[in-house]
Design a protein around this ligand. Structure first.
Ligand code: BGC
Length: 447
């Protein structure tokens, strides 16, 4: 009996990656809309049209129903709702999400909303973005608009998707929009403002949502796996997984999760940065670390230790199975991440993303035979089933419901259960989509 009878089987996508309609109906630009034009993206591709989900939402929800999804995790485009990030509300943009939620519910699909999945309003970026001391109030203003409009129907809320990538990729190594390389003190200050934003949003949701809500963040779970069955190996993997990685703290698990779920900076960060760490008042700490309802986490693969001789990291070996994005196939991550997160943070776990990129195409018979995606997902879900016997796991969201814009990698990478032909916008449910439907119907008993 691995999966509870109310286990939430779903799939996910994010606003910028699927919606297109980049300037329709009054939407404002976000940092991706703007910087994608400056040669940062493979083939200079932009998501101006992408999977055109904005115009094909009903067709897409019908496909989700055909897949048997019980939930759809989507994100809201801040600049679609508030074209300048703050100030005037774009009612047409807001209506899109309201209609999406209605359509999902009418089709028996639970809406799970992510407030921020990387598409930061360009107008606010011009004011300094997360560096600006008002940035958490801007986030609160945006949160208010969507909570007031949608919380009568949406119960599940995630504040930030992978804040590691927002800060680390967007502002430290500069491989995601807005492609900046900021100093460590700046990054610490920006992170602090993101925590304040999270805290203010959670407080607002708790006090104003129109029904009981379940709130989380959705960081990525990047851990080391124990190398053998010994207690020593377990402790080493566990302790190393929660190291905050010095100046690479934006990419760590513990920076984001210890602050939000435990109410303090990780101890090794206190040692490393001392007085440099931005301080919070007691009131701010209480708000930032107010109790959440579950631990949402995105799981793709586990980390490896670098080899001493410049060879493979410990999670690699010659010929190791890997995905089209060159990510190692490590199903055990799906066992160890929930286990580690439950041990440290003590909350039920939801897998908010998991999946793989392949270079699928439509075969001569008109179908998409993505056997690798089936095998990958089967392996990961078996591990999830194993850990679900030990740890409360409440849901699994496959990434992604449909092919979409893979950020700086553009459209070459396909993660979907549904294939999208970007020339015609024709959709084809892949073999993996039908396979996943069977898993949902059997509540995972057939894995
Ligand atoms: C992100 C998605 C992304 C996926 C595959 C996650 O890091 O949340 O937006 O497409 O992984 O890279």
């Amino acid at each position: 009996m691995a999966f509870s009878k109310d286990f939430i089987w779903g799939a996910a996508a994010a606003s910028y990656q699927v919606e297109g309609a980049w300037n329709d109906d009054g939407k404002g630009p976000n940092v991706w809309d703007v910087s994608a034009k400056y040669g940062h993206i493979r083939h200079n591709e932009t998501a101006e049209v992408s999977a055109d989900h904005y115009h094909r939402m009903k067709e897409d929800v019908a496909l989700m129903k055909e897949l048997g999804l019980k939930a759809y995790r989507f994100s809201i485009s801040w600049a679609r709702v508030l074209p300048n990030g703050i100030g005037e509300v774009n009612e047409k943009g807001l209506k899109f999400y309201s209609d999406l939620v209605d359509e999902l519910i009418a089709n028996g699909i639970e809406p799970l909303a992510t407030i921020f999945h990387w598409d930061y309003p360009y107008a606010l970026d011009c004011l300094g973005g997360w560096k600006n001391k008002d940035s958490s109030d801007w986030f609160l203003e945006y949160t208010k608009v969507i909570i007031d409009a949608l919380s009568d129907r949406v119960k599940y809320w995630m504040t930030f998707n992978e804040p590691q990538c927002s800060l680390g990729c967007g502002y430290m190594v500069g491989v995601f929009a807005p492609f900046q390389k900021c100093s460590t003190p700046e990054l610490l200050e920006m992170g602090a403002n993101m925590f304040r934003a999270h805290g203010k949003a959670v407080k607002y949701i708790r006090e104003n949502a129109k029904q009981k809500c379940y709130i989380s963040m959705a960081p990525y779970g990047s851990i080391y796996c124990p190398e053998d069955d010994s207690e020593e190996a377990f402790n080493k993997a566990y302790n190393d997984s929660f190291k905050s990685e010095g100046e690479r703290f934006p990419f760590s698990m513990s920076y984001w999760s210890d602050v939000v779920y435990l109410g303090h900076y990780p101890e090794d960060m206190v040692e490393e940065f001392g007085d440099q760490l931005p301080q919070f008042t007691d009131e701010e700490w209480a708000m930032i670390s107010a109790p959440l309802d579950f631990y949402g986490v995105n799981i793709y693969y586990y980390k490896g230790y670098p080899s001493a001789d410049g060879g493979y990291d410990t999670n690699w070996y010659q010929g190791r199975p890997h995905t089209a994005l060159n990510w190692p196939v490590t199903p055990e991550a799906m066992y160890w991440v929930p286990k580690f997160m439950y041990k440290r943070y003590g909350l039920p776990v939801m897998i908010t993303e998991n999946g793989l990129s392949e270079h699928d195409w439509v075969c001569l018979d008109g179908k998409v035979h993505d056997s690798y995606r089936i095998d990958f997902t089967h392996r990961y879900l078996r591990e999830l089933s194993r850990v679900a016997d030990e740890v409360p796991v409440i849901g699994y969201m496959h990434w992604s419901v449909m092919d979409n814009y893979e950020w700086a990698e553009g459209f070459d990478e396909r993660f979907g259960l549904i294939y999208v032909d970007y020339q015609t916008q024709e959709r084809t449910i892949k073999d993996s989509g039908y396979w996943y439907k069977g898993v949902i119907e059997a509540n995972g008993e057939n894995l």
